[in-house]
Design a protein around this ligand. Structure first.
Ligand code: SF4
Length: 373
């Protein structure tokens, strides 16, 4: 039974040049109608589940959920409370951009039950923010962070990016130092990936020397791990760091390959052995909120592959004995020569019944994982 729910709020003040999410600028007028439809979706999908267990995590992602009226998010939470219940100590996260945060709004979010805020700062260099087509500045980033803290948010998570155009090792080091000095509880930091046809490529083609080279990119990753560790944030997943006890409970659902509900345009769920997603077109979703864009039945073989793929994203890796108990597969035996080969290359390490990526393996995790699987 799913104990987590993801809600997609697609509205943004501006569409960033690299963004490939279902996120739309200039459609704010639709936010009330959209949230009413999400509420209908919640009730209709869950009315068939009278004995659903209360939710332990809720995640408002987007888009920029913090951009819309906080009461609309409150209404969605009310709908979830009445449809499934939400446990009293649930983790309720909302993603937002720094310029949407004010002390007043922070107080409203808290009043509605949102207790974790994840702010997409990305960088504190104006040059890099501009290069990425973000519509906030360094000054707005710091103002937003302090408003969140003064508004009462203790559980503050930061989203950062590296490998950006115009970014250097020095500027990345400054971004990390200045932000870690604010004592966030959680940091997610992803290397930039650029979708095909992204407007960013018109200004900064992939082969442009404005991007950090491969060696600098690697150094940026190692710098991230080291500075976060010094600031007391331990790496628990390839791209995620937390003060112990503040790991994202919601995202752990994904990495542990547990089921979760999802509502809203383009939202992806994993429920009753099936992965499915809602329509990606906003117009289509708002017309047919129960319609599905994709459906995939997860058979035993896929479930096993996913458990390995997702589990190895966690720094503690996968427990081979548990995998064997759950799927009847002795990976240590069936993939013995591949595990040995990847270990000799310094990409994987086996420690008792745990199998995990090394730091070198993390850097090329996708190829290591596809080799192994
Ligand atoms: S704020 Fe986030 S979701 Fe919105 S356009 Fe920019 S990157 Fe995409």
């Amino acid at each position: 039974m799913a104990k987590s729910a993801y809600i997609h709020i697609p509205f943004c003040s501006h569409k960033c040049d690299f963004c490939d999410f279902a996120a739309f600028a200039g459609l704010d007028d639709l936010s009330q109608e959209y949230c009413d439809i999400v509420i209908r979706e919640i009730h209709e999908r869950l009315s068939a589940e009278p004995n659903h267990e209360p939710l332990e995590t809720v995640f408002f992602g987007g888009g920029t959920p913090g951009y819309i009226d906080p009461d609309l998010l409150g209404n969605i939470l009310e709908a979830l409370r009445s449809a499934t219940g939400i446990v009293p100590d649930a983790e309720i996260t909302m993603e937002t951009t720094p310029q949407t945060v004010s002390e007043e709004k922070a107080a409203l979010w808290l009043r509605h039950g949102i207790n974790r805020i994840s702010i997409g700062v990305e960088s504190v260099s104006d040059l890099e923010l501009k290069a990425m087509g973000r519509d906030h500045t360094r000054e707005q980033a710091f103002r937003g962070l302090s408003a969140a803290a003064f508004g009462g948010f203790d559980n503050l998570a930061l989203d950062l990016m590296y490998g950006l155009p115009e970014q250097t090792l020095e500027s990345w080091s400054r971004t990390l130092d200045e932000l870690l000095a604010l004592s966030p509880k959680h940091v997610s930091a992803y290397g930039l990936t650029i979708a095909q046809n992204s407007p960013l490529l018109l200004r900064y083609p992939k082969d442009s020397d404005s991007y950090p080279d491969e060696e600098s990119f690697e150094q940026m990753y190692y710098m991230l791990v080291e500075k976060c560790a010094r600031a007391g944030l331990l790496q628990y997943e390839i791209a995620n760091f937390a003060v112990p006890g503040y790991e994202s409970r919601h995202n752990m659902t994904y990495w542990k390959n547990q089921e979760y509900l999802a509502f809203g345009v383009s939202a992806h769920r994993y429920y009753k052995g099936r992965r499915s997603s809602n329509f990606r077109s906003l117009k289509r979703y708002m017309r047919d909120y129960l319609g599905l864009e994709t459906v995939e039945e997860i058979d035993a073989e896929t479930a096993l592959k996913e458990a390995i793929f997702l589990g190895l994203r966690l720094r503690k890796g996968i427990d081979l004995e548990e995998l064997n108990r759950k799927f009847g597969l002795d990976l240590a035996e069936s993939r013995a020569s591949k595990i040995e080969e990847l270990s000799e290359l310094g990409l994987l390490e086996k420690d008792g019944s745990a199998l995990r990526l090394t730091q070198k393996g993390v850097l090329i995790s996708n190829s290591v994982l596809s080799e192994l699987i």
